[in-house]
Design a protein around this ligand. Structure first.
Ligand code: ADP
Ligand code: MG
Length: 710
């Protein structure tokens, strides 16, 4: 029986053989390979890719050696070989000479065996890592082979070096020895073991290496060019298969997942639009509403990702969509990642709807029990039309009479699994509208959310002045505080944000308190009033402090990043971020988005110490250079890599073995394009040219949990 995390199914391909069946492995090594590298079957070893190759195609003359070379290969004669030093310092030193100069070879281990075997006067091919001692080139523990004709001719390839752990190395399975096992394995395989899985027309169009060929050459290439081709082919394969799978989920949903039909745009929507909408919608808002309208009218479930920059006005789009649901007799919910934000949605929506016959309520983790019970009853009876809240909404006890639309605000805080839970809240799955807090890069969206349809709001409401962002060092604090005083004198309000430094709540708390005292020294009562919000407060305290700021009872809000997401106080015009070097780019942009929401000119001041890493400098520079969240998102991905972008880690869709959505952007695009064309022509994969792909995906399906992701 094979036991493996992802539950490999047995089949009769040689690649499913247990690893202990490979010559040179045996039970002990098999055990190590399983424990240390997760290599259970032949296929796993085949997919254990080398992290580098050492070029053995070239033989250097000793005089050509320069310090910037890493590994070198030379051919020469051993001139002398002697033991030097005493006890622990004992070593064997040999001189190797070719017609251009000489090189020192040194051994510290196994020296008596080597001394016995090495022949002075004999010619050798020597390979190893170059170092310099007192200006002279040397190699420690070189690989040596007696020079013969077939040895010089028989080695024109790049030698692969594989990842290995310390434990493996200690037990005699280092990167090179693993290479020998892979070599044995590859020798057992033929083309039929690695049949093509990309349609022939695409292979031909993109001039991809055939699959079998690519596997050979990713391990044992005969030169750098073919290795490059192998890598490209296998990366494309990974990305293409992922895009086809996501595309299938999407197109199957379009074709088969029954959805609620919102037949009409009714009184609620129209009345609100004509009488209570406080502003003209932007073109982007209108376009997205149209997309949502079309999506929800055709009897299939909507799953749409709405990307919009901070302040682009996503909330009103959500509200109008929820009114559309209500017009058709359905309930909606709107889920936010924090209590503060949920509360704010509730307040904002209640205000907008105050003269409308629409019942709206809020449910969070801190809703008192009795009230919660009443609320749940009203939700079940259908009395409540719109239920806002935190992820308390997805708990099983929350049941709707007929949930027609679920809006998820600030998606990056929610995992895919949580999104899926919303589906189960109605017997016909509700429409789902997912809204991001800040834009996510396109390649990331394509892969992490590739199963969703996609809308972009790339337009801010009119009349907004761009926020001026500056970077100031700690020693400019007095000037910064003076500037704040001047803004407050004009009637503006100010945020001062402190970072969450370590995991430790205590450190954060002390830090914030210190900051608070510091701010207070500049802004004493009763001339100034300060609100403070932090993670240690309960929801009520937070809310009370927020409200004081919202009502303009306080001019300054001192806070940790709990304020980060979504908070809307249009009169606030200055955002000061303390220790700004400690924040990530998208977080800085998100924080900056708290100002610039009204008609007044707004400022973001990034305060830092003087010691900055290169990356931190880059982030600060970027923030000062642009207000465009889409540009910032791309840069963030580039700086941090996909693994660190919040909320995408758990998506499980970015765990490519070879491809990187940062470095291989063009391949992501290419893969997406080809997958889209293929699926629009042949959504069932029934054309003869696509049968190999279909067979491959079906075979894989049993082996991974892909089918569960949606
Ligand atoms: P976000 O997309 O960041 O969630 P919000 O929905 O909170 O943005 O909107 C930001 C601010 O812009 C709010 O004060 C909102 O009332 C205002 N707003 C939204 N749409 C428009 C519009 N079309 N014209 C003018 N102001 C708008
Ligand atoms: Mg928002």
């Amino acid at each position: 029986m094979l036991i493996k995390k992802n539950g490999i199914t047995k089949d009769n391909s040689i690649l499913s053989n247990p690893i202990e069946y490979l010559k040179g492995v045996g039970p002990l090594r098999a055990d190590l390979l399983k424990k240390e590298l997760n290599i259970f079957i032949f296929k796993d070893l085949l997919e254990h890719f080398p992290y580098r190759h050492i070029d053995k195609t070239e033989i250097k003359k000793i005089r050509q050696i320069t310090p910037d070379m890493e590994y070198i290969q030379v051919v020469g004669k051993i001139i002398s070989c002697e033991m030097l030093g005493e006890k622990r310092g004992k070593r064997l030193v040999a001189e190797l000479r070719d017609e251009t100069g000489s090189l020192e070879l040194t051994w510290f281990q196994g020296i008596s065996w080597i001394q016995k075997n090495i022949q002075v006067g004999q010619s050798y091919i020597v390979f190893g890592k170059l170092s310099f001692f007192m200006g002279n080139p040397q190699i420690t523990h070189p690989e040596m082979d007696v020079l013969t004709m077939e040895k010089t001719e028989g080695r024109p390839f790049l030698e692969p070096i594989y990842p290995a752990t310390e434990k493996l190395k200690a037990r005699g399975l280092n990167g090179r020895q693993i290479g020998r096992l892979v070599y044995t394995l590859v020798g057992l395989l033929s083309e039929k073991d690695l049949p093509e899985n990309i349609p022939d027309n695409i292979v031909a169009e993109l001039q991809l290496l055939p699959r079998y060929n690519a596997y050979l050459n990713i391990h044992f290439p005969t030169g750098p060019a073919i290795h490059e081709k192998a890598l490209e082919r296998l990366k494309f394969e990974e990305l293409f298969l992922a895009q086809v799978r996501l595309g299938l989920i999407r197109s199957n949903r379009h074709r088969f997942t029954k959805g609620i039909t919102f037949e009409t745009v009714g009184d609620l929507f129209n009345t609100f639009y004509k009488q209570y909408l406080p502003f003209e919608l932007t073109g982007a808002q209108k376009r997205v509403l149209k997309e949502i309208r079309q999506d929800t009218a055709r009897g299939i479930q909507m799953n749409r990702l709405l990307q919009g920059d901070v302040g682009s006005g996503k909330t009103i789009v959500a509200l109008l969509s929820m009114l559309l649901a209500a017009d058709n007799g359905y309930q909606s919910c709107m889920m936010a990642p924090t209590e503060i934000l949920a509360q704010q949605h509730y307040t904002a929506l209640s205000e907008l709807l105050k003269d409308m016959p629409v019942q709206i309520a809020i449910l969070t983790g801190s809703t008192p029990k009795a009230e919660r019970r009443k609320l749940l009853a009203k939700t079940l009876s259908g009395e409540i039309h719109i239920l806002t809240g935190t992820h308390a909404l997805i708990e099983d006890t929350v049941q709707f009479k007929n949930l027609g639309l679920a809006v998820v605000d600030e998606q990056h805080r929610f995992g895919v699994a949580q999104r899926a839970k919303l589906w189960e809240k109605n017997h016909v799955p509700p429409h789902v509208l997912v809204m991001t807090a800040t834009p996510i890069p396109r390649t990331l969206a394509m892969t992490a959310y590739g199963d969703l349809d996609y809308s972009i709001m790339d337009e801010l409401p009119p009349g907004r002045q761009p926020i001026t962002t500056v970077h100031r060092y700690e020693n400019a604090r007095p000037q910064v505080m003076d500037f704040i005083k001047a803004e407050i004198a004009k009637g503006r309000q100010v945020y001062i944000i402190f970072p969450l430094i370590e995991e430790s709540e205590k450190v954060n708390y002390e830090n914030l308190m210190k900051g608070y005292e510091n701010v207070k020294a500049y802004f004493p009562e009763p001339a100034y009033w300060i609100s403070m919000v932090h993670g240690k407060m309960n929801a009520e305290q937070k809310e009370a402090n927020m409200q004081r700021f919202v009502q303009r009872d306080t001019q300054i809000m001192v806070s940790t990043t709990v304020i980060e997401v979504g908070v809307n106080v249009p009169n606030a015009s200055v955002m000061v971020i303390e220790s700004a070097e400690k924040f990530g780019l998208s977080q800085l942009h998100q924080l900056r988005g708290r100002v610039g929401r009204g008609a007044e000119k707004s400022y973001c001041i990034l305060l830092t110490g003087t010691k900055l890493t290169a990356d931190a400098r880059e982030r600060l520079k970027m923030m000062c250079a642009t207000n465009d969240g889409f540009v910032i998102a791309e840069k963030d991905l580039e700086l941090r890599g996909p693994g660190d972008i919040e909320g995408t880690r758990q998506s499980g869709m970015l765990n490519f073995k070879l491809a990187s959505i940062v470095q291989d952007k063009h391949l992501v695009d290419l893969a997406r394009k080809h997958a889209e064309i293929l699926l629009s022509d042949d959504p069932d994969l029934s054309f003869p040219v696509n049968l190999k792909l279909k067979a491959y995906l079906q075979h894989q399906k049993g082996q991974t949990s892909w089918s569960k992701i949606s």
